[in-house]
Design a protein around this ligand. Structure first.
Ligand SMILES: NC(=O)c1ccc[n+]([C@@H]2O[C@H](COP(=O)([O-])OP(=O)(O)OC[C@H]3O[C@@H](n4cnc5c(N)ncnc54)[C@H](O)[C@@H]3O)[C@@H](O)[C@H]2O)c1
Length: 261
């Protein structure tokens, strides 16, 4: 695990130890790095995903570390009733949740002329709707704890010239508005809501599906820092936003894109 191996180089957050987190879409990609990085800080992490094999691989990797063992719950975030029971299972198994990372998404490409209503509704369900309902579900527990940190995954695609996935970009732009209004509403309860916006991160899925010589050449033009952004680079922002080090930060966008211009 990148963060575990590098832990002497990067920050350790004492406020995270023994907290309970819930990560949607935590089995693979960035989500699995968030689960690993938080577990390496002593967080008790529950994560939901539809990818059972991916979750088992992650649990197997983490079982060879001395991190607290995460709790996997198989759940499709489009099924809001199931999402609620998944959150309840994590609360029952690990304790009250004080960190929520709304991460599950699907960036499948779609031609705007071919999109029908069912496709659109499904894209919004997997990329936006669950952010609201997961938040609604954890808020009473966070209020009882005296606060919490909610981290919504946005996307650089809502800020650049991306075409070919309009429903996804719409959802990602909506997450920024949702972040603002919920931050304002929940601030008096010391529940912080922030939007984390990654640039282009070479996860397994991105490498398999979207990385080509042409897209790499374009990235090299627009990204100011020329190194590849790793999942661990994004996970370190999750850790900071989850920890008390960011106690007075809410309602904002936190961009890890290497300076995309
Ligand atoms: N990788 C990037 O370059 C990038 C860039 C910008 C934003 N993001 C955002 O970061 C987050 C993570 O991205 P990623 O690249 O790791 O994505 P990914 O596709 O690699 O992983 C997403 C995870 O969500 C799970 N998932 C998908 N549909 C689900 C469902 N219906 N119910 C439960 N789980 C489901 C998948 O199984 C997977 O484990 C997403 O919100 C994405 O929009 C990623």
């Amino acid at each position: 695990m990148t963060v575990t191996q590098d832990e002497r180089r990067y920050a350790v957050y004492p406020s995270l130890r023994d907290r309970v987190a819930f990560v949607s879409g935590g089995a693979t990609g960035l989500g699995s790095e968030f689960v690993s990085a938080m577990a390496a800080q002593g967080v008790r992490v529950g994560f939901a995903d539809i990818d059972v094999a991916g979750a088992e691989r992650l649990l197997d990797r983490l079982s060879r570390t001395d991190c607290p063992k995460p709790l996997f719950v198989e759940a499709d975030v489009r099924d809001i009733a199931r999402l609620r029971t998944a959150i309840a299972e994590v609360t029952d198994g690990l304790g009250p949740i004080s960190i929520l990372v709304n991460n599950a998404a699907n960036d499948e490409r779609h031609d705007s002329q071919a999109v029908d209503e069912a496709y659109w509704d499904n894209a919004i369900a997997v990329n936006l709707k669950h952010h609201f309902f997961a938040t609604q579900t954890v808020v009473p527990g966070m209020r009882a704890l005296g606060g919490g940190s909610i981290i919504n995954l946005g996307s650089v695609s809502a800020h650049t010239d991306f075409v070919g996935l309009p429903a996804y970009v719409t959802a990602k732009a909506g997450i920024e508005g949702l972040t603002r209004t919920l931050a304002r509403e929940l601030g008096p309860d010391r529940i912080r809501v922030n939007c984390l916006i990654p640039g282009w991160i070479f996860t397994e899925r991105q490498l398999a599906q979207f990385v080509t010589p042409e897209t790499l050449a374009k990235l090299d033009q627009v990204q100011s820092l020329k190194d590849n952004i790793t999942p661990a680079d994004v996970a370190r922002m999750v850790l900071w936003l989850a920890a008390d080090d960011s106690a007075m930060c809410t309602g904002q966008k936190w961009i890890v894109d290497g300076g995309w211009m």
